[in-house]
Design a protein around this ligand. Structure first.
Ligand code: SF4
Ligand code: SF4
Length: 383
């Protein structure tokens, strides 16, 4: 492990820019920390921290000089690797005489600074979905192949975070080029820095670093330990597939539907959700038409439209579909849960519906049924 002093942080940004990367990092925009172009360390939200709860997100300024003392905001890597809108083709001409033009895929060289462990796991899930099969998605793979990832281990866990229980954070353990741990103590401010790839090791050679002392390594480990121990929420994943597959007729679905607005915010903010639809537009004289892929959500009525009607008309069936896919069916399909515990769907749900609470209710319902089956109906437990 090596040490990069805070005053040398700009060198990292300059070296990335010198390697022809557009540097993207956390910036404050419209009251939230999102991802945007960063020209220097001065653009990072030094001293800012966030407070998150179900349906609530606020920023506060503190006296700390920390550059990364906050958790994930509404933006994620997803919108850079899998854009919300991509042009699939453009068609010119009339009925029997037309040309099809395939657009050039834009895949800018980008270095992302400040990426969290849950984000990296979400990206690995999307790698599997978009690049792991026989037909890799050309937009995703082109963009994915052109990025450099500088992870930052979380120094703070949010109230809606539960990555520790999902095994996806708060420490970055894979999928990064460089990983940093920010330490602010006794008037010093530095980053422990480590490489995860050959590209990362080449970048280390360009930076003004020194070997870390044992006390500094321990201070870095304490930062991550503290974040892991202060997670606001947790998810019990033991036997979770059965919890969902044995609760397909639970009364919970109707109860959630009375709160759910089917606004689709949860799926838009989720870094692993990947559903899309196709939209066609044409000029008024019909000389040109375009076909676009745009993000869609299983919370919209049209998403399940087949042969003249929607399969999931009720919001209860849409919520059941979403959470059951995320936590159970995804495991059969892709080998991991579709959730990394980032908490975005809780924070950005306007009515604060909480994936951890709903999963816990379903677990208690299943346990109550098992208790009844074993010992008789008199043992019914309140859930
Ligand atoms: S769970 Fe919340 S964010 Fe998701 S669709 Fe329902 S109201 Fe919207
Ligand atoms: S389901 Fe919610 S907590 Fe899980 S990855 Fe998606 S947004 Fe994050």
């Amino acid at each position: 492990m090596q040490v990069l002093m805070r005053e040398d942080f700009d060198t990292l940004i300059e070296k990335l820019q010198g390697a022809d990367y557009e540097v993207i990092g956390p910036r404050i925009r419209e009251g939230a920390i999102v991802l945007d172009t960063v020209d220097s360390a001065g653009d990072l939200p030094a001293g800012w921290t966030d407070e998150q709860e179900g349906g609530r997100y606020t920023l506060h300024k503190t006296d700390s000089p920390s550059l990364f003392h906050y958790t994930v905001g509404p933006a994620s890597l997803k919108s850079f690797l899998y854009p919300s809108k991509s042009l699939l083709c453009r068609v010119y001409g009339g009925h029997n005489d037309f040309d099809v033009e395939e657009p050039e895929i834009e895949a800018p060289r980008r270095a992302f600074v400040g990426v969290r462990a849950c984000e990296l796991h979400a990206m690995a899930i999307q790698d599997h979905v978009f690049a792991g099969g026989r037909h890799p998605d050309p937009v995703y793979t082109a963009r994915r192949n052109n990025i450099f990832l500088v992870a930052v281990n979380c120094s703070k866990a949010g109230n809606t975070c539960f990555c520790a229980s999902m095994g996806t954070g708060p420490e970055a353990t894979a999928h990064y080029d460089l990983a940093l741990t920010e330490v602010v103590e006794d008037g010093t401010h530095y980053f422990l820095i480590d490489a995860g790839t050959k590209a990362g090791r080449s970048m280390l050679d360009e930076l003004p670093l020194r070997p870390a002392r044992a006390a500094e390594e321990e201070a870095g480990a304490a930062v991550v330990r503290n974040a892991a121990e202060s997670m606001g929420r947790s998810m019990d994943t033991e036997g979770i597939e059965d919890v969902f597959f044995e609760n397909l007729e639970s009364p919970l679905w109707q109860e959630v539907a009375e709160r759910c607005l089917t606004c689709a915010n949860c799926t838009m903010a989720c870094p692993t959700c990947f559903c899309s639809t196709v939209e066609d537009i044409s000029t008024i004289d019909n000389d040109m038409a375009e076909r676009w892929r745009v993000w869609d959500s299983c919370f919209t009525t049209n998403f399940s439209y087949v042969f003249g009607g929607a399969i999931r008309k009720a919001s209860s069936s849409r919520y059941r579909h979403w959470i059951t896919h995320k936590l159970a069916a995804w495991q059969e399909q892709f080998g991991t849960p579709g959730c990394v515990g980032c908490g975005r769907c809780i924070t950005w749900c306007p009515v604060g519906i909480d994936i951890t609470e709903e999963a816990a209710v379903l677990r208690r319902q299943r346990e109550a049924r098992q208790g009844e089956a074993r010992y008789g109906a008199g043992t019914r437990t309140a859930y």
